[in-house]
Design a protein around this ligand. Structure first.
Ligand code: ZN
Length: 295
């Protein structure tokens, strides 16, 4: 590790991926990496003092000395005949501010019954580099779709925002090849994939950000995308990813709205950047909301 900017990268044992059932839907977490880093670069308002004043429940997501555990993982969601990959992490073939893992795509293929060809949909919660990296892979110098039989889904507002300002330089490597292959669908922010899986508009972090809601056999779940980067934001929704947010004020409004919908409800929340145990419920407490995530 090099000074405080340095990140320490952990790769999981591929035989150890977490999975859950929400009604008849199976959700599997496939990890690219967990990065241990100072929160100052992502959530600069998270101080040691603030962590010390928050309950022990935040510990799986921060070390004792206040470093953030930022997980990069895909969720593989199996719903009836649909096999859906939600976000595709950093990638291993493009230089990025956070490290990708060239071995990830093989782990993903192993975790999906039928492999990469069996994926019917790839959902991009938004178009930041750490969510679209494995949309493509490098074959003979060309970026080709990793999931050749999938429809890649992104909200129209998100695509328009990125086309207007490709701040993270994702179009050439991760988006345009999908358009060229005829695999990208720009959809409404409240798009529905099937009777169990629907998008939830959640602009703020990016112009057209979406979360993914799962509703099956009386059970519910929500995949956060980057509406939350850490469970600490359930207790402190005012904490924003200041440098990464398109609109921090709107991101805060979205977090408060989602917390109001989730708190003390049976909905299981799956954090797109939450380190294991990754999933839990939002509960009210004496000092605001907290994240109840049994190991
Ligand atoms: Zn992210």
């Amino acid at each position: 590790m090099s000074e405080r900017r340095g990140v320490e990268v952990h790769h999981e044992d591929p035989s150890d991926s977490l999975s859950w059932h929400v009604g008849d839907v199976e959700i599997r977490r496939v990890e690219e990496s967990v990065v241990e880093m100072s929160p100052r670069y992502l959530l600069p308002d998270v101080s040691q003092e603030l962590l010390d004043s928050t309950g022990d429940w935040q510990h799986p997501f921060f070390t004792d000395d206040g470093r953030m555990m930022l997980s990069m993982h895909s969720f593989v969601v199996r719903s009836g005949d649909n096999t859906i990959v939600v976000d595709t992490c950093v990638g291993g073939h493009v230089e990025r501010p956070l490290p990708g893992d060239p071995g990830f795509v093989d782990r993903l293929a192993t975790a999906i019954p039928g492999g990469l060809d069996a994926v019917t949909h790839v959902v991009c919660t938004h178009l930041h580099f750490d969510h679209v990296g494995w949309n493509t892979r490098l074959v003979d110098g060309a970026h080709l779709p990793t999931f050749p039989n999938a429809r890649y889904l992104v909200s129209m507002a998100e695509l328009a925002g990125t086309e207007a300002d490709d701040e993270m330089d994702v179009m050439d490597s991760s988006i345009t090849p999908l358009i060229d292959a005829g695999l990208l669908d720009a959809v409404e922010q409240d798009h529905r994939i099937d009777d169990r899986i629907a998008f939830v508009p959640s602009s703020g972090h990016t112009p057209g950000h979406i979360c993914v809601a799962i509703d099956s056999a009386g059970e519910r779940a929500l995949i956060t995308g980057d509406s939350f980067h850490s469970p600490i934001q359930f207790a402190h929704p005012e904490i924003s990813a200041t440098h990464a947010d398109f609109d921090s004020v709107a991101a805060g409004v979205t977090r408060r709205r989602l917390i109001a919908e989730l708190v003390d409800q049976p909905t299981v929340v799956f954090g797109t950047h939450f380190a294991p145990p990754t999933a839990g419920r939002v509960r009210s407490g004496d000092d605001g909301a907290w994240f109840d995530a049994p190991a």
